[in-house]
Every structure is written in structure tokens, then in C-alpha cells.
Design a protein around this ligand. Structure first.
Ligand code: GDP
Length: 526
């Protein structure tokens, strides 16, 4: 196998999707532990602690500095190289989360066994759907009393509209939790709380009919045998192709905090999750094994680390190989750039990358020229597709404290929206500036950056807008009529596209019904 193919085949680039508190941070730590990157585990915790203090600007600076370093975590397991892209949870939920999902080849979904499918998971799943991203499921916290496994799988199938194929099955739960049965290895992995922080495989009993099981589990052994018979009859068998197509999710059970069930998960992940895939560019599909380098920027993060006061553009390598000092062609500006100091974010220090392969993420220093969605190549005019803007769900009117700073405000908002920090909407009927965001912290970050980077003081007002839709129509006359009739609800976004600002869900539904020829879209491609 050519060297490049070897490096591509062993990469797994993924994100974890879950509702807050399901155990994403804990699972991340354990994965890193298995991957030998133990020193990182602490920094994941540190980041989490900082994340809660959002009102304090100093804290926020610190937090954002830290989160840059943990945005991408690389670890190895069974000769595979995993790139875990962090998606911020909790209050700093933002469009970054969505866009990060466009840069992965697969996802790991964590579900709390007591809670089942929760709201944030549903949203993230919708985003994964856009690209049929393959999803592996980990049902967590089996050491606690939770809901019946059958009921949980049923809920996943029903609400998330994806087939479940259990790979492991839990033996009891809470105080009676004894381990998991691996349906395909016909082996019982016994639970012991002593798994703790150590990398141990734990005790394994081969075969469901093994009499040793009755000794160890008592009544639960017979219960298990009956249950497994039912499960085998009633659930979907694992189908690699269906998983890779995003139609089926293999399911694992365990307890992240006890380090239990993770190895089974990681082993399966190493084996089944897809390596870097071909990507569609406007001009043609791009295959990872192509000799020439290409990649796209999916996120830009202001880096508040005092030692590195710049912005970092996160680029996913799609094809070819990056080597230090390489000249890259920035397609949008048509300019070549010498990239001597791209970075990765391993451990707590930022190391300069010597080389990177498809599936890897590199960080480019950015002084305002790079935007989210930008493509870099070795000279070819390519534009990768599928980095979307999502319709925001929170809106604020920007009120300037000093009217003389109006120009600076406009410039700041325009640049921040190009960076993807928030979205800017300009109503057709007046000179208001309306910001839209997916998470409320984005407003704070924007106000903070307007002050620190553009010297503009602003506050926010409430606006009667609940959601937005990009509108288009193949018939220009119809569109003109629509514009006249609903003029008061229309705005332009930062790039000049027409947007309908709905005052309520009902208002949106009625408008959509009244204008069947108009296309209302909840996403816009960059
Ligand atoms: P995140 O918000 O999804 O990142 O969740 P965390 O990893 O921070 O976990 C949320 C809470 O659940 C924390 O208090 C964890 O200690 C706890 N937790 C995580 N995994 C388990 C588990 O397997 N069993 C139990 N009982 N608690 C867990």
C-alpha cells in the first residue's frame, strides 16, 4: 500500500454528540486514557470547570484560551490514529458545534440510560443527517438505575429515526449491574468498579452457556440467557453497510466513569468507523488519496492565550499531505500563503506540525484573511461544499452606546459574522442591526470582542423574532410579490442573502403555507 493510503486508512476523525451531563467529558477522558494521552485528561476537566463561569470576562478569556488547546485531541489505539474534534457543550453551544460536525467522518452518540434521548441530541442528530454521518451509540451510566434497555433502543429508533443494532447488552443495572454480554463474541465482560482509571480488560467469561456464569451471576445468568434470546430475535443484526450509510447505529452499554464498556466501544470504533471519505467540492469530488493537498476551514477561534494573541483557523485536511513550510493556495483570495507554523493542539502546549494527512486537523494563524468555509489547495480552484450556516434561534438588536462609532460597529459585526461568530441581519425596512445566534454565549462573546478588538461599546435589546429562513424562488416575479407583501419581515444577512424573520413558529408556518412557490430554508451553505 502506498504510504499515503496507509496513513489515510488508519485515521478516524470523529466528534461526540450528546446532551449536557450525559457523560461526554468523562468518556473523552477515558478514550484519551486508552489512547495513552493521559496528561490530557486533566485538561479536559479544567476546561469544563472554566466553562461554567461565563459572566466573568477574565474567566472567559481563560476558558477560550484553554478550549483552543482542547479543540482537537489526537490519540492512538490499535494502530489507528483518532482525531476527536471537541464540540462545546452547555451554554457555549454555538454554530461551531454544527460546523465541526461537517468536518468529521463519524460520530459517537452518548446517551444517559436514565434520561434517554434528550433535546440537544435530537438537534445534533439532525445535523449529522445532513451528511448521513455514521453514528456509534454508547448508553452510559449503567451503574445507576436507568430505563429498560429495550425501551431505550426503541426510543432511539423512534425519535432519531435510525435502526439500532446492539453489539453489547447490559446484565442488570444499578446495584445489580454485572457487566455486558458481547453478542458477537459470545463473551461476558464482567463489571468491576475497580476499572477506575486503569486500562484493564477485566474478567471475561466465554460463552453464554458457560456454567461458570451461573456461579458468578446466580439468578441473573438465566435471566440473561432469556433476555438475549429475545434481543437476538427482536433487534436488528449489525450491518456494516447500513452503519456506514447512517441508517443503523451499533449500540454499546457501559459506565464511562467506571471505565467500563469503553474498550469494547473503542475496539469496534477502530474497526468499523470509516476512514477519511471523499468530499464534494463544487467542481468535482475530492478523494483523500489524491497527491495534491486540499482542505477547508470549518471553524475560527479567537485565541485568548496571552502568549498567542491571534485567531486560529481550523482546517480539515481532505487530500494529499501537509508538510511544514508548504505553500498553500487560498482559493477565495486567489493568493498563495507560506505556512511555516501550522499547529496541532496536543496536550497543553501547541506543537508545530511537521506533517498532516487527510482526516487530520491543522490550525492556521489568521489575521483576518481567512473565513469559515474557505478552501486551501496547492493551486487548483476548488471550493468545498457543505459548510452550512444554520438558522439561528436567538435574536438581539444591537444598540450602540456612542453613535459616532457606528462605522466601527458595522465593520466589526461584518467581520465577526464572516468569521462565523454570530450572524448579522439587516432588516429591509430600517437601519437596525440584528444579531442571530444558536447559543446565548455567542452574544456575550460578540459584545466582548467588539469592545476589545473594535473599541465599540454596545448593549442588546430584545426583538420579536424567533427564527429565520433563507428565502429563494425560481420565479423572479413571485419573489418580487413576496418581497412587497412581507417587506416588514425581510432582512439581508451578512452576505446579502434574503432572509425571512419570523415572529413565531406559527407565523412561519402560515407564511410558508401562504407562499407555496417560495423556498424557505433553515440552512444556507457558505
Ligand atoms: P458532559 O456534560 O456530557 O460532558 O458530562 P460529564 O462527563 O461531565 O458527566 C456528567 C456527570 O455524570 C458527572 O457528574 C459525571 O461524574 C457523571 N457520570 C459520567 N459517567 C458516569 C457513569 O458512568 N456513571 C455515573 N453514575 N455517573 C457518571
Amino acid at each position: 500500500m502506498p504510504f499515503l493510503d496507509f496513513e489515510i486508512e488508519r485515521r478516524r476523525t470523529f466528534a461526540i454528540i450528546s446532551h449536557p451531563d450525559a457523560g461526554k467529558t468523562t468518556l473523552t477522558e477515558k478514550l484519551l486514557l486508552f489512547g495513552g494521552a493521559i496528561q490530557l485528561a486533566g485538561s479536559v476537566k479544567g476546561r469544563k470547570a472554566a466553562r461554567h463561569a461565563t459572566s466573568d470576562w477574565m474567566e472567559m478569556e481563560k476558558q477560550r484560551g484553554i478550549s483552543v488547546t482542547t479543540s482537537v485531541m489526537q490519540f492512538e489505539h490499535r494502530d489507528r490514529i483518532f482525531n476527536l474534534l471537541d464540540t462545546p457543550g452547555h451554554e457555549d453551544f454555538s454554530e461551531d458545534t454544527y460546523r465541526t460536525l461537517t468536518a468529521v467522518d463519524s460520530a459517537l452518540m452518548v446517551i444517559d440510560s436514565a434520561k434517554g434521548v434528550e433535546e440537544r441530541t435530537i438537534k445534533l442528530m439532525e445535523v449529522c443527517r445532513l451528511r448521513d454521518t455514521p453514528i456509534l451509540t454508547f448508553i452510559n451510566k449503567l451503574d445507576r438505575e436507568g430505563r429498560e434497555p429495550v425501551e431505550l433502543l426503541d426510543e432511539v429508533e423512534r425519535i432519531l429515526d435510525i435502526q439500532c443494532a446492539p453489539i453489547t447488552w447490559p446484565i442488570g443495572m444499578g446495584k445489580r449491574f454485572k457487566g455486558v454480554y458481547h453478542l458477537y463474541e459470545d463473551a461476558i465482560h464482567l463489571f468491576s468498579a475497580s476499572h477506575g482509571d486503569r486500562i484493564v480488560k477485566g474478567e471475561i467469561v466465554e460463552g453464554l452457556d458457560n456454567p461458570k456464569l451461573d456461579e458468578l451471576l446466580g439468578d441473573q445468568a438465566e435471566e440473561l440467557r432469556m433476555e438475549i434470546e429475545l434481543v437476538r430475535g427482536a433487534s436488528h443484526a449489525f450491518d456494516l453497510e447500513a452503519y456506514r450509510a447512517g441508517r443503523q447505529t451499533p449500540v454499546f452499554f457501559g459506565s464511562a466513569i467506571n471505565n467500563f464498556g469503553i474498550l469494547e466501544l473503542l475496539d469496534a470504533f477502530a474497526e468499523y468507523a470509516p476512514p477519511p471519505q471523499a468530499r464534494q467540492a463544487r467542481e468535482r469530488p475530492v478523494i483523500p488519496g489524491e497527491e495534491k493537498f486540499s482542505g477547508f476551514v470549518f471553524k475560527i477561534q479567537a485565541n485568548m492565550d496571552p502568549a498567542h494573541r491571534d485567531r486560529i483557523a481550523f482546517l480539515r485536511v481532505c487530500s494529499g499531505k501537509y508538510t511544514k513550510g508548504m505553500r498553500l493556495f487560498h482559493v477565495r483570495s486567489g493568493k498563495a500563503m507560506q505556512v511555516a507554523n501550522a499547529i496541532t493542539f496536543q496536550a497543553d502546549s501547541r506543537e508545530n506540525v511537521e506533517e498532516a494527512y487527510p482526516g487530520d486537523i491543522i490550525g492556521l494563524h489568521n489575521h483576518g484573511t481567512i473565513q469559515v468555509g474557505d478552501t486551501f489547495t496547492q493551486g487548483e480552484n476548488l471550493k468545498f461544499e457543505g459548510i452550512p450556516y444554520f438558522a439561528p434561534e436567538l435574536f438581539r438588536r444591537v444598540v450602540l452606546k456612542d453613535p459616532l462609532r457606528s462605522k466601527a460597529l458595522q465593520r466589526g459585526l461584518q467581520q465577526l459574522s464572516e468569521e462565523g461568530a454570530t450572524q448579522l441581519f439587516k432588516p429591509l425596512r430600517n437601519n437596525d442591526l440584528i444579531l442571530g445566534a444558536v447559543g446565548v454565549l455567542q452574544f456575550d462573546v460578540t459584545a466582548f470582542r467588539l469592545k476589545s478588538e473594535y473599541n465599540v461599546d454596545c448593549v442588546y435589546d430584545a426583538v420579536p423574532v424567533t427564527t429565520a429562513r433563507w428565502v429563494s424562488c425560481s420565479d423572479p416575479k413571485k419573489l418580487e410579490e413576496f418581497k412587497r407583501k412581507v417587506y416588514d419581515n425581510l432582512a439581508e444577512d451578512g452576505s446579502g442573502y434574503l432572509v425571512y424573520l419570523a415572529t413565531s413558529r406559527v407565523n412561519l408556518a402560515l407564511t410558508e403555507e401562504r407562499w407555496p412557490d417560495i423556498r424557505f430554508s433553515a440552512t444556507r451553505e457558505l
